[in-house]
Write a protein that binds this ligand. Sequence first.
Ligand code: SAM
Length: 278
Amino acid sequence: MQGIWVTELQTPHLALSCRVKKTLHWEKTPYQELSIVDTEAFGRMLLLDDVIQTTVKDEFVYHEMIAHVPLNTHPHPREVLVIGGGDGGAIREIIKHASVTRAVLVEIDARVVATAREYLPEIACGLDDTRVEIRFEDGIDHVRRFEAQYDVIIVDSTDPVGPAAGLFTREFYQNVFKALKPDGLFVAQTESPFFNAEFIRRVYHDIASVFPITRIYLATIPTYPGGLWTFSLGSKEYDPLAVDPARIPRLPTRYYSPEVHRAAFILPPFVQEILHSE
Ligand code: SAM
């Protein structure tokens, strides 16, 4: 292989490599190593600790699916919290909803936001909307402090290691439940059904022990391990499967649609087995 390549070791036995056109930025923040590279295959790419977070080519899938599924499940989402998500992609999608009056971004690492603003303007472009508040703090502490505050909480975190590990615990889900209004719901990115089956099963059962409605849905994200990604949703009242497609507003999206909303919850047997096997 000629030229410079960026390689993410996605599992101890699997790597994804992309040819690099240019390295645009590298720094060590107080929390992680942050880099932005321009790649032939996916355009500009944000990596944290050498793990691909988002790329200009495929980010729309992840950000649309993590935002519009919960926001269209809730009939009138007004106050929305994003934990992590410093690139701004989830916020860009959230503010497409006219019902949203306040979108709070709680990101632990201020450098992620600053770097995304500089190098990924097409992803970070919603961060200056007047409804958006940005707080640089730990999302685990943030949810502990609030009661019945948010309609929707979105956990757009890094993988469950380091500062993000505590975002995937039963105790955290209990605090999310408390921070949500009586009809609130939350969603989290929950890794690959090919490579993180045990983790997905554990998270599903932890959410189900806290929320009356628990669902998993899928999206195809080429730069994430295995290409197929799970999102886990816990809800106090509204079931994402009961949403009337005719009620879903037609927003400008490239992956999400009312039909995809329904289809994303149809789980192949191997994913159902992950949830229901002992
Ligand atoms: N879409 C991405 C993925 O799955 O690879 C995640 C993108 S976003 C950049 C993840 C963000 O979560 C990072 O910027 C990281 O700093 C932030 N983060 C990790 N742990 C956190 C915590 N406990 N509280 C707030 N933000 C956190």
